[in-house]
Design a protein around this ligand. Structure first.
Ligand code: F6P
Length: 462
């Protein structure tokens, strides 16, 4: 059986990361795939060194071998803070207003991709399957090929892929996509992002595209692009939800909210998550329902993210200002309507918080998938489930159609959805929950890994 080599910007060993949201599920799935197939996980250590030497630190922990390299300050600035998070991330989330078009950082991005390829190449055996993740490493497949890798190489994009009319605003867009066609299989979260990519390949690149199979033929190359919606680790959430840590966390919310209903949001502090818009919607709800002010407590967990990037500093300041404003205007001596928490929490704690919260707000302006939505469903009490309010612009909305779907840009729409959720009878909550749970459970993280690995092995292989 072939070994698996996973390559991503960060190497996420679950024990090492307590961040909120999806990280635990993805890290867990990739770790279990690595345990099953054997192999290594390669990426940036997250550490800065005086220069990028490409020197590998190898570590084996619980049957999984990780190989990491440090990056220099300039590389981190140009590759991670720069091209990946100030150019590609905003562009891929349809935010041309925040996208920086600096060729300088583009060169740093290409340089670090080459460093990754150069460092990992000696660790790759001819029969290994290689699986590259995310927008930090779009050209890595092509770089690996230039180092002689003839392996099957797959790529999965965790973010949206923008419509062609937006993507062409990127200088050298064609060069970037040409490098991606060196992958054997390219995975997207939803048919929408996949459609945008195929459309670009056909209309802008002039590739031959077969939409029914996802086959892209371009010059002498053949690639398959398909949608593989990522899921959560259902069993792991059930186990974590039963731990003492989860029970304590649940009790903390129940005790501290007493007769009020807890409504929760869990997001990295990122402008794509629609956090200020969410606060506007809550504020509108309070304006329109003065009699319900004392019924509701909103808990927003928002661990800071990418703090050296300008747009992230701005969104944090904006959120702090809005939260402070609404709390100042609406608090009573015994009531603070919004609890704003900048800390990350373990999955067990989140399961407890989710269970104690009768409403969950997942309202990104644009999101590849959003696993918080799925985690919330998986953590509910089937006898008294809460209500998921979900943005129509999250990838998850394609699957979780029984959530209360909203337009996160509209404060009125959000306010109405909160009212609907608060008033929803138990019977309807259960009916919606059962439909949601079916999807979350059936399309879990293991199915995602297996489907991608199957296609990587088989699609177009001679
Ligand atoms: O899903 C997008 C993503 O960049 C993941 O690759 C990453 O694990 C997560 O967001 C957190 O971002 P960062 O590694 O920049 O903290």
């Amino acid at each position: 059986m072939s070994r698996l080599v996973i390559i991503s910007n960060r190497v996420a060993v679950p024990k090492a990361r307590g961040a909120a949201g999806a990280q635990g599920g993805l890290a867990g799935a990739l770790n279990s795939a690595l345990k099953k197939f054997g192999g290594i996980w390669f990426g940036w250590s997250g550490e800065e060194s005086s220069e990028t030497t490409g020197h590998i630190q190898l570590q084996t922990d619980d049957g999984v071998t990780t190989a990491t390299i440090d990056l220099s300050e300039t590389d981190i600035e140009e590759y991670y803070n720069g091209y990946a998070n100030s150019t590609l991330w905003p562009l891929f989330h349809y935010r041309l207003d925040l996208t920086e078009y600096e060729n300088e950082t583009g060169r740093g991005y290409e340089r670090v991709n080459e460093t990754f390829a150069n460092s990992v190449a000696p660790l790759i055996d001819p029969d290994d399957l290689i699986w590259v993740h995310d927008y930090h490493l779009l050209p890595l497949g092509e770089r690996l090929r230039s180092h002689g890798a003839k392996n099957r190489i797959g790529f999965f994009l965790h973010t949206p892929w923008p419509p062609a009319r937006l993507f062409v605003s990127l200088p050298y867009h064609e060069r970037l996509v040409r490098t991606m066609l060196e992958y054997d299989v390219i995975g997207f979260q939803t048919g929408e992002w996949l459609g945008s990519f195929l459309h670009y390949c056909e209309k802008e690149l002039g590739a031959e595209v077969d939409e029914s199979t996802g086959r892209i033929a371009f010059e002498d190359k053949e690639t398959f692009a398909r949608a593989y919606p990522i899921g959560v680790d259902w069993d792991h959430i059930q186990t974590q939800g039963k731990t003492k840590e989860a029970k304590n966390a649940e009790q903390r919310v129940i005790d501290s909210t007493r007769n009020r209903i807890a409504m929760i949001g869990v997001d990295r502090l990122d402008y794509s998550k629609g956090l200020p818009e969410r606060i506007d919607g809550i504020s509108r709800f309070f304006d329109q329902n003065p009699d319900r002010t004392r019924d509701l407590v909103f808990i927003q967990i928002a661990p800071p993210s990418r703090e050296d990037v300008d747009s992230y500093q701005k969104i944090r300041a904006e959120l702090e200002q809005k939260t402070g404003q609404i709390n100042g205007a609406r608090s009573e001596v015994d009531l603070v309507p919004i609890r704003y928490v900048n800390k990350g929490h373990s999955l067990a704690e989140l399961c407890g918080f989710y269970r104690a919260s009768k409403i969950c707000l997942v309202t990104p302006l644009r999101d590849g998938m959003n696993l918080v939505a799925k985690e919330y469903v998986a953590a509910q009490d089937p006898e008294d489930p809460g209500v998921l309010i979900l943005s129509q612009f999250a990838g998850a909305a394609h699957q979780l159609t029984e959530a209360v779907l909203v337009n996160p840009h509209s404060p009125d729409n959000l306010a109405r959805a909160i009212r609907t959720a608060l008033d929803m009878p138990l019977e309807e909550r259960k009916r919606r929950y059962e439909a949601l749970v079916k999807t979350v459970r059936e399309d879990d993280i293991h199915g995602w890994t297996n489907n991608f690995m199957r296609d990587l092995r088989e699609l177009g292989a001679q």
